[in-house]
Unconditional design. Structure first.
Lengths: 309, 309
């Protein structure tokens, strides 16, 4: 029977004392459900899992890292809609024997991220599991009266742009990354991309998601893709090319978007996002290809780096 | 790296085809986040875990049962606020090797419940786990312009009432139960309880949650507590009293609430909830006691049946 232990009740009481609240939170932690104000009479909602041994390794990640990541992944999704994150709930399956101090560290990592992005923790559920740690954070977001930026709006002729640098996130970035909420809000308010997605599965795969939803194709310029230092490090270690890491590693949590050429020109000149923005290709009528520096092209497969030859 | 497998992408595509949508869903499954209309410029939100081996046993529960239960638990929470459930997202950690047919059955159980209660499935996340099946459903709800019914409003002199019958849910009710959304909405619109909670942890423990939040006490009448047939069956099998099962078993998913005596009288006479409603005691200034038929009283511990002597 799933009754919370005394320990779990204590932990919930402790969390309730830690969580910040404000006028947006009409009912917070401690009732059957929370009640959250929504400014637009609509709300964005997204949910993401973080599983021990899948999304992080307890040998290198602290519980606080796991807490940060579980929330930050969701912020990245809200940002990719052009939204501002507002309120979160967290369902945590804690391994039997999980130390109270680890549970507190996990919540502190989550709250550190929440506070950094103005998010209120308004509720959750805790249970003991015979398996690994599983965190499911659900996040609400606000569009500030604007239309959402979908995956489906890209048009032939659009520029394809990306924030930051790509590849090699497993060397550490995948844990304590900064989701691109600020950049997403600047794009949504002033540049209105036609389509946007965050890169969680990898540039190649997530671009395909955007292309599929928009019913278009793309040419990516191999020599313009911003390769991270970590991709270079991994390439030096394991012999794959830095480009393959940038295309397929995933968990970059950067924004990938399509905008009309004039808008792209302004963005590239102004660099207003607080993180570098780079044009990496163009939207075409159909097909997805990678244009190589030698003038040849190869198909851009929607797979991770393991499948790119 | 947590890239969805082709299998997972296929499954998401299949789910997208199954999920009903309507004008409340501005953006549904298939983007970075969903966008849901909120009628009151506020939204209820709750999240609950269902874990294999904790909340259900795969030897007796089907995947469809698990799906139903994962959503129904949350509906019960929204109902306990006086709300109507509107839209859900589901994060599912599926054991490695989990059959596609089982995954579909799970989603069908969840959608069966969603459709029975007018709820839209608007998004989710799927990942493979080395551990047991974990489902985290997050549910939004609407108050239809009314104030929420909190745990904290009970006053001395209030009647304590409960829907349905209690105890023995492990014999089957805990899986395919009917959350009391209809009863909750009738109460919220026409009877305005001072405080309400749903019984998931057990009558004794959940009453204590309500008393703690309200800063009051209670006298429960032992001979008025509606004992279920399943509690009688368990008592006959294992030698504990039916009352102890009703007090401590949990997972009844009935509504427990406090209302002023006049309202209680109307409710008891009218029986308008579509499920029997019973008065089981009164709110007092402080302390929690169980009044026994022989005229004696004993302390009502906030624990499950194992701890009641």
């Amino acid at each position: 029977m799933p009754e919370p232990s005394t320990r779990e009740c204590d932990l919930i009481r402790w969390i309730r004392g830690q969580a910040r609240t404000d006028g947006l939170v009409l009912v917070g932690i401690g009732d059957d459900a929370a009640l959250v104000r929504t400014r637009d009479a609509s709300t964005l909602i997204t949910t993401d899992l973080v599983i021990e041994g899948v999304h992080f390794d307890r040998a290198v990640a602290t519980p606080a890292d796991a807490g940060w990541k579980a929330l930050a992944r969701n912020i990245s999704d809200i940002a990719a809609m052009g939204g501002e994150s507002t309120a979160a709930v967290v369902a945590a399956a804690l391994p039997r024997g999980f130390a109270r101090s680890d549970a507190e560290a996990l919540v502190q990592g989550l709250l550190e991220c929440a506070n950094a992005f103005g998010i209120r923790l308004v509720g959750g559920d805790l249970a003991a599991t015979p398996g690994p740690l599983v965190l499911a954070v659900t996040l609400l977001g606000d569009l500030r009266g604007r239309a959402p930026i979908l995956r489906s709006g890209a048009r032939p002729g659009d520029a394809i742009l990306v924030t930051g640098t790509l590849g090699g996130s497993r060397l550490g970035k995948h844990l304590r990354f900064t989701p691109r909420q600020a950049a997403g809000l600047i794009l949504a308010s002033s540049y209105r991309p036609h389509a946007m997605i965050d890169i969680s599965d990898g540039l190649a795969r997530d671009l395909h998601h955007l292309l599929d939803e928009s019913g278009v194709g793309a040419t990516l310029w191999a020599d313009r893709i911003p390769v991270s230092q970590d991709a270079l490090r991994l390439a030096a270690l394991y012999g794959r090319s830095p480009l393959d890491h940038a295309l397929g590693d995933g968990e970059d949590y950067e924004l990938l978007f399509a905008a009309d050429p004039g808008t792209a020109e302004r963005l590239l000149a102004d660099q207003p996002l607080g993180v570098p923005v780079t044009q990496i290709g163009v939207i075409t009528e159909a097909g997805a290809v990678l244009a190589l520096p030698d003038g040849t092209e190869r198909p851009l497969e929607p797979t991770g780096w393991e499948h790119i030859t």
